[in-house]
Ligand binder design. Structure first.
Ligand code: ZN
Length: 425
């Protein structure tokens, strides 16, 4: 059997255990698995119980699975653990290594690698294959990691919080809140029920909650009541993008209604249907100089001309369009006064826009805050998108805590710090 240089083998395998000595290697009967043979010494001279001299009592041989450069060529370590026996008190002692847990054949470096792989957007089967372990082992390692005490700090709350919800286990809506500045996930709750959210935030002392400055959310009156009750000094901000989205939707509804009055071949139908994107663009960004030839209109027009002509079809459509654009402009210019004025311009606008305006008016201060503060719910939306991806990779989750553990694991802040987390615990 070919011999091994102990020093370089340990260096390459990144093993620091001084009691471990590699001697030689051989191939398993499958011709692929390389087996490195090592002796694990037990540095004891006298019995820890009775101080009597110990005698050698052979070795306990176990094979353990180790990290391989190439998953198609597995690597195993045949560990010969030294055993010592005390004739006086009849105790026997066996060498132990941090390389592997008792009764386990998967070395800890492999488990650490699995945990590391779990931080990426990969499915359990994929990770299992890359590490030459079974999917069950990956799941077990993950579950073990999950069970480590998760520190729930109730002595810190960020000043700016974003709240939202997402659909997860069993098509249920889960409540999520993130730090508005660092975008870290503060908490994911299994439900979005009022009592659960209140119970969670009630764990934070009132002095901490009173220091929260802003809460960003969608136009969901439900969360607003909660925010005012839980965070007495916080300003509620309606997410900018959500406001724009509501305006766009209101305009689109009227556009489609107007469009449907005409035949498909009608120029007005074409103007409203095929150029829908131009209407939603900021007016000042429309191409006004360079005309283009449009086959279906049989005309050379600029983007601006298309929009202008389309809006001429219906005065209501124009009023709705102007309102949408003015709102957007006031938002980007952080002009809350201008926005407040717009609340009352509802005479000629479409029915859906009227409803939207009424909603805005009902949440007047929160909507105006969108222009005052720089915070938006973009960070929560981003997190939600990532969560969706995690769920898709896993083909959905059936277990809420599994899902949350994986989300936290994949979140940037959960990147493993070796010194704080050890799966050998
Ligand atoms: Zn003894």
């Amino acid at each position: 059997m070919p011999s091994l240089d102990n020093y370089s083998t340990k260096l390459l395998l990144d093993i620091k255990d001084a009691n471990l000595t590699f001697s030689h290697f051989y191939y398993a009967s499958d011709h692929f698995t390389k087996i490195l043979v090592a002796e694990l010494a037990l540095p004891l001279n006298t019995c820890p119980n009775c101080q009597a001299n110990l005698v050698h009592n052979g070795h306990y041989v176990s094979r353990l699975h180790y990290l391989a450069l190439d998953a198609s060529k597995p690597l195993q370590i045949e560990l010969h653990k030294q055993r010592l026996y005390c004739r006086n008190c009849r105790h026997s002692f066996m060498a132990n290594s941090s390389l592997v847990d008792k009764f386990c054949f998967i070395s800890n470096p492999v488990k650490q690698k699995v945990i590391h792989d779990l931080t990426a957007d990969r499915s359990l089967t994929e990770i299992a294959q890359a590490n030459n372990v079974s999917a069950n082992t990956v799941l077990r390692t993950f579950t073990r990691f999950k069970k480590l005490p998760q520190v729930d700090d109730y002595d810190y709350l960020p000043e700016h919080i974003g709240v939202d919800e997402f659909r997860g286990v069993g098509r249920q809506l889960h409540f999520i809140c993130v730090n508005g500045d660092t975008h870290e996930i503060i908490k994911i709750l299994p439900t979005r029920f009022k009592k659960d959210i209140t119970a969670f935030f009630a764990k934070f002392p009132a002095t901490l909650r009173s220091k929260v400055k802003t809460i960003t959310m969608d136009l969901n009156a439900y969360y607003q009541d909660l925010a005012y009750a839980l965070f007495p000094n916080a300003q509620v901000i309606i997410d900018r993008f959500h406001i724009v989205q509501m305006l766009n939707r209101s305009f689109n509804q009227l556009r489609v209604q107007t469009m449907k009055q005409f035949k498909h071949s009608d120029r007005r139908y074409i103007l409203l249907k095929y150029h829908w994107k131009s209407y939603l663009k900021p007016y000042e960004q429309l191409e006004a100089k360079q005309p283009r030839y449009y086959q279906h209109l049989k005309d050379r027009l600029t983007q601006e001309q298309i929009v202008e002509e389309g809006l001429c079809i219906n005065p209501k459509l124009r009023a709705t369009y102007d309102l949408m654009q003015d709102f957007r402009l006031a938002l980007t210019k952080h002009d809350s006064e201008q926005m407040a004025n717009l609340f009352n311009q509802h005479i000629d606008v479409g029915p859906q826009m009227k409803i939207t305006l009424r909603t805005f008016k009902r949440n007047r201060q929160a909507v105006l805050n969108a222009a005052v503060f720089k915070y938006s719910n973009g960070c929560v939306e981003g997190t939600n998108r990532r969560i969706k991806q995690i769920q898709r990779t896993a083909y959905g989750y059936r277990n809420f805590s599994n899902m949350v553990a994986r989300i936290n694991l994949e979140a940037k802040n959960a990147v493993l710090k070796e010194n704080t987390l050890s799966i050998t615990a």
